[in-house]
Design a protein around this ligand. Structure first.
Ligand code: GLN
Length: 305
């Protein structure tokens, strides 16, 4: 497969695309990001990295962090304990919706909507001595990059605009599904969203999902392959909120998006790929990012379907 030529073609096409998306504005720090940024990094198990554009520039990973939170929780808590408190069904609702939670007794539909990630955060706080440090250490380890950190102004800014996430927590606490103080869970959740990584670093970190739970170079096992299979399944069915069906239809890979404009997708046994383009479609997923990934699976003729 000539991945170099395929990425060159995608790069050419990107320049001709009309982008109707809008950069996230719910916190001022994200609204400031240059809408023209575009980066893509493909990391193949057999042939290494291919990339173009702003692939080495760090951006706010936002909800992509939900995959790392779930993975860390699955490293330390038994699946039956974890999935008692958060389900694994697609929500069909926006990522920050409160509606379903009331009907479903405070059990979030899945770990990749905000409510689910807040429950996972609560579980991590109960299980870890220093949740923030251990969360960062985990990402640094799987990305092989000790300098990965949060953006403090995104963190501070999001803390001022977190009423809806606080509402989700309060509702779930009323159902007995949050054990720690609401302020503490909110603070840790916002910390995770504020992590910054580049397309290249995200593709490297996500290699554990393409390589049966093992890091690529050292083959060190982070999580057994049966648990990785479960995380990939949740990414496939729930990674794009109420657009998970559309992403599967157009791209055909498990993946996760964030309102910073990043998307990372996984082709198990083949590659990981990350795209970054800040303007989002109405469902909160990167418009050009989805286009680039659709072209990748079309031009390679490879997807998991
Ligand atoms: N920090 C954002 C929030 O909690 C993350 C949402 C997202 O990336 N979809 O609202």
């Amino acid at each position: 497969m000539n991945y170099k030529e395929i990425l060159e073609q995608i790069q050419t096409e990107i320049h001709t695309q009309v982008n109707t998306g809008k950069v996230a504005t719910y916190i001022p720090e994200l609204a400031k990001i240059d809408a023209e940024k575009f980066g893509m990094n493909l990391y193949c198990i057999n042939s290494g990295h291919y990339q173009f554009g702003d692939y080495s520039e760090r951006f706010s990973i936002q909800s992509i962090s939900k995959v790392f939170g779930l993975t860390l929780a699955m490293c330390i808590v038994e699946d039956n304990e974890l999935f008692k408190r958060v389900d694994v069904e697609p929500s069909g609702d926006p990522f920050n919706s409160l509606v379903q939670l009331e009907y479903e007794n405070g059990i979030p539909r899945n770990p990749f909507i905000n409510a689910g990630a807040l429950v996972v955060s609560d579980i991590l706080i109960s299980a870890l001595d220093k949740p923030k440090q251990e969360f960062l250490d985990f990402i640094r380890e799987i990305a092989d990059e000790p300098t990965i950190d949060i953006n403090p102004s995104v963190f501070e800014s999001e803390k001022k605009f977190s009423h809806r996430n606080a509402a989700l927590l309060n509702l779930m606490k009323s159902f007995g599904n949050i054990n720690n103080p609401i302020e503490e869970v909110l603070d840790f959740y916002i910390f995770q969203c504020a992590v910054e990584m580049s397309c290249k670093e995200l593709s490297t970190a996500f290699m554990i999902y393409a390589n049966q739970g093992k890091k690529l170079i050292t083959e060190k096992e982070i999580l057994p392959s049966n648990k990785i299979k479960r995380i990939n399944a949740i990414m496939q069915t729930c990674g794009f909120y109420d657009e998970a069906g559309e992403f599967t239809f157009r791209v055909g890979l498990p993946g996760k998006s964030g309102v910073g404009g990043g998307i990372t997708a996984v082709h198990p046994g083949q590659y990981t790929v990350t795209v970054w383009s800040p303007p989002l479609n109405p469902k909160g997923n990167s418009e050009l990012g989805m286009y680039a990934l659709e072209r990748l699976t079309t031009l390679t003729g490879l997807s998991i379907f």
